[in-house]
Write a protein that binds this ligand. Structure first.
Ligand SMILES: N[C@@H](CCC(=O)N[C@@H](CS)C(=O)NCC(=O)O)C(=O)O
Length: 213
């Protein structure tokens, strides 16, 4: 059976969310681990922008946006109903994450490359966005309802990156998010999708990830 092929990079938060959704939906696939500094021609042939993740479906279709991979995956199998009725709010939160939070997160992480402002300025811009999540989690266990939904998992890898810049400060500043994050990171899906794989060599097959549904 021909499997979907995923080009991915372990530490990329966009690739993480794609892998989370494939594991959640139990979609067997071929895992091609790549290095951003040495991207294979095969990746560019599928998607000239050369970003990861890229999912090449057996029918030839190419998904080169992480959120599209999540949506496709959940459309194939959504065992715990991650797509709940407030999906517009969820997509809006994901958009703010991808358009705004990610921009400030990069400046916070790599603040020495952006000396026009001190690190705390960039951190504060991120905090402003996270504050609304902290408030949401006063009332419920997950961001959009009492159970995990799409937005929790789409945003998690980015918040994790933010937290890891200064985890002690983060845990003190955002107690609710830190509890939410800790629980999701411990989950089987998150742990499974963070497994390490050898870098894919174009002369060989990638690693087959098989789910026996
Ligand atoms: N909008 C894309 C963004 C993906 C993205 O920017 N991935 C990063 C790695 S974390 C990348 O490939 N960067 C290389 C580049 O921009 O050339 C998505 O959601 O899939």
């Amino acid at each position: 059976m021909k499997l979907p092929v995923l080009y991915t990079f372990r530490r990329c938060p966009y690739a993480m969310r794609a892998r989370i959704s494939l594991y959640y939906s139990k979609i067997s696939y071929e895992h091609r681990e790549i290095l951003l500094k040495d991207r294979p021609g095969e990746l560019y042939a599928l998607s000239p922008k050369g970003t990861v993740p890229v999912l090449n479906l057996p029918d030839g279709k190419v998904l080169d946006e992480s959120l599209d991979i999540m949506k496709w995956s959940i459309s194939v199998n959504d065992p715990d109903s991650w797509l709940v009725n407030n999906i517009t709010d969820q997509l809006n939160a994901i958009r703010i994450n991808d358009d705004d939070f990610k921009k400030w997160l990069d400046k916070y992480k790599y603040h020495d490359r952006y000396p026009e402002f001190p690190i705390k300025y960039y951190r504060h811009e991120c905090e402003e966005i996270l504050q609304s999540f902290e408030k949401k989690l006063d009332k419920r266990t997950y961001l959009f309802c009492q159970k995990i939904s799409l937005a929790d998992m789409a945003i998690l890898p980015f918040i994790r990156q933010f937290a890891n810049v200064d985890i002690l400060w983060f845990n003190g500043r955002f107690a609710n998010i830190s509890k939410w994050m800790g629980e999701l990171i411990e989950s089987e899906i998150f742990q499974s999708m963070m497994k390490k794989y050898e870098i894919w060599k174009p002369s060989s097959k990638g690693q087959k990830i098989i789910f026996n549904n």
